[in-house]
Write a protein of this length. Structure first.
Length: 310
């Protein structure tokens, strides 16, 4: 209570930067206090929004400098590493810059959206604008919730204080159950990814050299609105968000399909392969390691003008 504004700033910054400290309880409490101190509520809104924008900017800069490597790192330390990049790429493909507006409202999206925006080459001004809007909406919504439910919040605080150490045990138990549930989900997703049929870069190169190329589908998200990107020669660029609506009439009947991406554990490529199987393609494999492994082994790549992607 003596340092509530400083605490609001610090907790919000740490939460958005990725430290497992939830900002919601502090923002709710600050909103409840704003019922008696309106000016303090405005100050809390400004500080919390600034903290959120500052933390997001740190990850944006990391994404600009390190590219997808920072995404791979974040996914390895996250609770759901095998699908986090895929979900965020889908969000950017569908919503573009608006992803930054809703990011803080979606668990898992908040920490990955800023570095992904940097990795995809989003202009600084656009990032700051949409991130600032998102930060204001998120912190403002939490503060307003605290303001309107101030009576319930104060009753809850009083009840927890009466429970003492029992309250701590209950909260710790609920957190442990949540982490256990997410760990089970993670193991299940990992098994699903590992079991899907794979093709090594060497084998795919041999098929191309022998004149028996499969249909190769590059399911990476577009890396910006202009410029170029590298791909496996002859690959079709169809990002995962549009794969379900893409016509396959021109694909040879019975031909094998190979999907690839550049994401951790080939998660996006596996999801695309599963979708193709559901659409009736029986012979689908995933390129192990995606484009990075293909290029690292010295196989040829071609340059694609992004405006010609599709």
């Amino acid at each position: 209570m003596q340092h509530n504004l400083l605490t609001v700033f610090a907790v919000t910054f740490l939460s958005v930067i990725g430290v497992p400290i939830p900002a919601l309880p502090m923002l709710l409490l600050a909103g409840a206090e704003a019922a008696d101190h309106a000016v303090q509520g405005v100050e809390a809104l400004a500080l919390a929004s600034a903290a959120s924008l500052l933390a997001s900017s740190v990850w944006y800069v990391a994404g600009r400098r390190l590219g997808r490597r920072v995404l791979a790192l974040l996914c390895r330390i996250s609770i759901s590493p095998d699908t986090c990049v895929r979900k965020n790429e889908l969000s950017f493909a569908r919503r573009g810059s608006l992803t930054l507006v809703i990011a803080n409202f979606v668990p898992g999206l908040s920490i990955l959206a800023p570095p992904l925006a940097g990795a995809l080459g989003m202009p600084v001004a656009r990032f700051v604008l949409f991130s600032a809007i998102g930060s204001l909406l998120w912190t403002g919504a939490d503060l307003l919730a605290g303001f309107f439910f101030q009576a319930q919040i104060r009753w809850l605080l009083q009840a927890l204080s009466q429970l003492g150490s029992i309250a701590v045990a209950v909260v710790a138990g609920l957190l442990a159950l949540y982490l256990a549930w997410r760990w089970v989900q993670r193991r299940r997703a990992a098994r699903e990814l590992a079991q899907f049929a794979r093709i090594e870069s060497r084998e795919l190169a041999e098929l191309l050299a022998a004149g028996m190329p499969p249909v190769i589908v590059d399911v990476r998200s577009l890396a910006g609105e202009a410029g170029t990107m590298l791909r496996v020669p002859g690959a079709l660029h169809i990002d995962l968000a549009h794969l379900e609506q893409t016509s396959m009439a021109a694909w040879p009947d019975g031909s094998e399909v190979v999907t690839y991406c550049d994401c951790p554990n080939d998660a996006t490529a596996v999801k695309a392969a599963q979708l193709l199987v559901q659409r009736g393609r029986s012979r689908v494999r995933v390129l192990t390691g995606g484009l990075p492994a293909w290029a690292q082994e010295g196989h040829p790549v071609e340059t694609l003008e992004l405006g010609a992607a599709g």
